[in-house]
Design a protein around this ligand. Structure first.
Ligand code: LER
Ligand code: MN
Length: 271
């Protein structure tokens, strides 16, 4: 398993669960100094990232781009993939494709999390799920051009009503005509929704494609009450070789949150 840390470039998301906030250059250099393998970047949109500059920063530091988040499509632009308005849905899908294109040039995946929309306001979960499935097919087709998967993240019940557990995520992915979507299992959401986090990961099996590595209270790993032993055992059992990515509150501050996660990553993966 490999280590990864989130960098947010989205001012509107201040207070959110992203660890590093100090721009790409400083954040990437700091992540490299701590020994991280990769970064996951949350950007306002593709135009906010200069691909040449990002390429140089990654080369210089030896870090990989693990993934790009699409959540700013919702947080900043109020676009969501299950919007009942077809024009807004198309705009949301175009936003996702633009992030898939940028991530794809780095051999990285785009993540669909908050962009799936809360869905509660339509009052029609089946319709929302149908729109979401169409969007996942669309994004996955685009991602396949770069030989990367699209990554889909079930969220807890306070953020979406469409799909809140690993089981619901697997059912959704299995209903698609593409097999190019993988699940992002965020341990914070799972702590709220699953009856057994480790068993849910085991059941997720081959569909588990990315992990948000965070404790029960969304603080860095080690600062909550999650049992990480069984979680790491389950990931080993399913031969998970992807990233454990720190998506946590920058508690008590970004530098210490990054250090704490790296200590926890080493502790849990080196035993
Ligand atoms: C995004 O990865 C996520 O987990 C959501 O809860 C948005 O913050
Ligand atoms: Mn997450």
């Amino acid at each position: 398993m490999k280590s990864c840390i989130t960098i947010s470039l989205v001012e509107e998301a201040r207070g959110g669960p992203f660890v590093l906030w100090d721009g790409l250059e400083k954040s990437i250099d700091f992540a490299a100094q701590l020994g991280y393998d990769a970064v996951e970047i949350f950007a306002p949109g593709p135009e906010a990232i200069d691909a040449d500059q990002l390429g140089k920063l990654l080369d210089r530091s030896g870090l990989k781009l693990a993934a790009l988040g699409t959540g700013a499509g919702w947080v900043k632009h109020r676009l969501q993939l299950a919007d009942p308005d077809p024009t807004k849905r198309q705009q949301a899908q175009a936003f996702v494709r633009s992030i898939v294109d940028l991530a794809g040039t780095f051999g990285a995946a785009a993540i669909i999390g908050s962009m799936q929309g809360p869905s509660g306001h339509t009052g029609n979960i089946d319709e929302s799920l149908k729109f979401l499935a169409e969007a996942l097919e669309d994004g996955a087709t685009q991602a396949a051009k770069y030989d990367v998967p699209l990554i889909y993240e079930p969220l807890n019940r306070y953020e979406t009503k469409q799909c809140c557990t690993v089981k619901a995520g697997v059912d959704l992915l299995e209903s698609l005509s593409t097999d190019n979507v993988r699940l992002l299992c965020d341990l914070f959401h799972m702590n709220i929704e699953e009856s057994d986090v480790a068993q849910a990961l085991r059941d997720g099996g081959k569909w588990v494609g990315h992990i948000h590595f965070v404790d029960s209270n969304r603080r860095p790993v080690g600062l909550g009450h999650m049992s990480f032993g069984p979680i790491i055992d389950a990931l080993r059992e399913i031969n998970y070789e992807g990233y454990l990515c720190a998506e946590a509150f920058p508690f008590p501050h970004p530098e210490e949150a990054a250090r704490q996660t790296m200590r926890a990553f080493r502790y849990w993966t080196q035993q």
